[in-house]
Design a protein around this ligand. Structure first.
Ligand SMILES: [Zn+2]
Ligand SMILES: [Zn+2]
Length: 157
């Protein structure tokens, strides 16, 4: 039971980590890793959503998160401290969610049609909120750095 709680806490803690990393690091001193993600998005819009399948420098951030999760799981298994393994699982599950929502559902970098645009109240709001960051109509739009948690106003559109 405690272990399941750890998975859930680690998962939602990662939303906070992703938000603060996006806000202060990716749009800060590591902008040079994140920039091509924004450029690619602009490019796709101008070419009528033509898919670009190549990697982005921005993908390095997946390693930044995956490596600590893998290390936690290895240490946890080695010293028999399963709570570390469950924290690692929470981080990994968040990474999968981020990839599926951000890279497949929103930016459609892989052609997996059954995952595309399943219309839904929350799904539509996630997409609106993230695209507001990419194509902001106001400074407030641009400041939406989170993925799963965002201002309620995006539910209305
Ligand atoms: Zn950004
Ligand atoms: Zn994006």
């Amino acid at each position: 039971m405690l272990n399941i709680a750890l998975v859930i806490i680690a998962y939602f803690f990662m939303e906070f980590v992703a938000w603060s990393n996006h806000k202060y690091v990716m749009h800060g001193f590591l902008w040079r890793w994140h920039k091509d993600h924004h450029v690619n998005d602009q490019y796709k819009v101008s070419l009528d959503k033509m898919a670009t399948s190549r990697f982005e420098k921005n993908d390095l951030f997946f390693l930044v998160y995956a490596i600590p999760a893998i290390i936690l799981m290895i240490i946890g298994l080695t010293i028999n401290m399963l709570s570390l393994v469950f924290i690692g699982i929470g981080i990994t599950l968040y990474g999968f969610t981020y990839f599926i929502i951000h890279d497949i559902l929103i930016h459609q970098r892989l052609r997996i049609p059954f995952l595309f645009r399943k219309p839904g109240y929350y799904t539509d709001a996630i997409i609106n909120a993230h695209l507001a960051h990419h194509r902001p109509k106001s400074a407030d739009d641009f400041r939406n750095f989170g993925l799963l948690i965002f201002p309620l106003r995006f539910f209305k559109k």
